[in-house]
Design a binder for this molecule. Structure first.
Ligand code: KG4
Ligand code: ZN
Length: 352
């Protein structure tokens, strides 16, 4: 089954083509340079840029896949969660194509896409690893921080999530105060390599809570206060201090996540759910410090998988295409014209 998928949930205009779970193309046009000077994504600007770019990106995705639109068997689109004005653009285009070419439409949850980013294969069918359900999923991005129990394809339960800021957003905001630009996560990680992670003590929130939920706003505030205090000590405000703050912050952010993953896994075990596989997706999962800690803590008991291609970490449509394929297999595919026409954005659509 050949699927053309569109994702315009945030600030990437993304189109991909897959054949079953193999990606034939995965094209992303990032608008990050337009939003940079605002320090975050501006929804109305994102919408305008998506409108300008979408047709061209579809053309490139088809060309790279080496097929014409007439050979597409179904269209797929991110229905939510995401920014309402941005989502609208992709949904309108997918509906238009689906009706014009008389092919079904598969609406996909963006977070489900991030899960499938770990299971997407390249055009050669790699990587090809075995997994069996249930699977434990860690989704960490600029917009989301969720621990998910995946019981089967399309069957999810939220085990825990952030009650306020997402972990990536926290990296970005703290990084911005350190003048690291936007998005600051990768730069902060790099700078932290030269820092002492035990130099400053930053709080780990929700340590005592008897659940797998997280909170990152307290850490953000504490880190910002620390930066304010250290910046005022003009004589000692230097690159080493910045590195120490970055490292101490990163440690606290990652430690909370590890603590809650551990809590979630332990809790599920008491329900007699046996896991062998952990999938980790979303932009923040590129963080090498986090990966090392995950491996040390959980690597003996679990096989840990990440997306196999750089493009699959950020927002992309390849993950939406593969999720759509598995949705189609379980009958979540719209064939009737009126069903297709009634598809609408769901900015807060939960996985569960
Ligand atoms: O998944 P993503 O591309 O977009 C969504 O938010 O959906 O994630 C982007 C987020 C940004 O907050 C960025 O700073 C963060 O992922 N990020 C990182 C790293 N690389 C990207 N955070 C920490 N360390 C990294 N190496
Ligand atoms: Zn995303």
């Amino acid at each position: 089954m050949k699927i053309l998928a569109i994702d315009t949930s945030c600030d990437e205009t993304a189109v991909a083509v897959c054949e079953n779970d193999r990606l034939l193309s995965n094209v992303i046009s990032s608008q990050v340079r337009f939003h940079k000077e605002f320090g975050g994504v501006v929804p109305s600007l994102a919408k305008r840029k998506h409108q300008e770019l979408i047709d061209g990106i579809i053309e490139i995705a088809l060309k790279r896949a080496g097929i014409t639109i007439e050979n597409i068997d179904a269209f797929a689109v991110t229905k939510g969660p995401g920014l309402a004005p941005a989502l609208e653009v992709g949904i309108a285009k997918a509906k238009e194509l689906s009706l014009k070419h008389s092919k079904p439409l598969i609406p996909v949850n963006h977070m489900e896409g991030h899960i499938y980013s770990c299971l997407a294969k390249n055009s050669q069918g790699n990587p090809d690893f075995n997994y069996s359900f249930p699977v434990f999923v860690v989704l960490i991005s600029g917009g989301h921080t969720e621990l998910v129990l995946m019981k089967n394809h399309g069957e999810y339960e939220i085990v825990g999530k952030t009650l306020d800021d997402a972990i990536g957003e926290c990296f970005d905001k703290v990084g911005r105060m350190l003048d690291l630009g936007y998005p600051a996560g990768p730069v902060l990680e790099k700078i932290a390599e030269n820092g002492d992670e035990n130099f400053f003590e930053l709080p780990i929130a929700m340590k005592q809570s008897k659940d797998a939920n997280m909170s990152y706003s307290g850490l953000k505030t504490a880190a910002m206060q620390l930066i304010g205090v250290e910046k005022s000590k003009i004589e000692s405000w230097n690159s080493q201090t910045i590195a120490n703050i970055a490292a101490s912050f990163q440690k606290a952010a990652v430690d909370q996540l590890l603590l809650k993953i551990n809590y979630g896994l332990t809790e599920l075990k008491t329900q007699n759910l046996e896991f062998k596989t952990i999938l980790v997706g979303g932009g923040v999962s590129q963080n090498k410090y986090l990966r090392k800690k995950l491996k040390t803590k959980f690597g003996k008991e679990f096989s840990i998988h990440y997306p196999s291609d750089k493009k699959l970490y950020t927002d992309n449509a390849g993950m939406i295409a593969v999720a759509a394929y598995f949705n189609a297999l379980s009958g979540k595919i719209l064939k009737e014209e009126q069903d297709i026409e009634s598809v609408d954005r769901e900015p807060n659509w939960s996985l569960a």
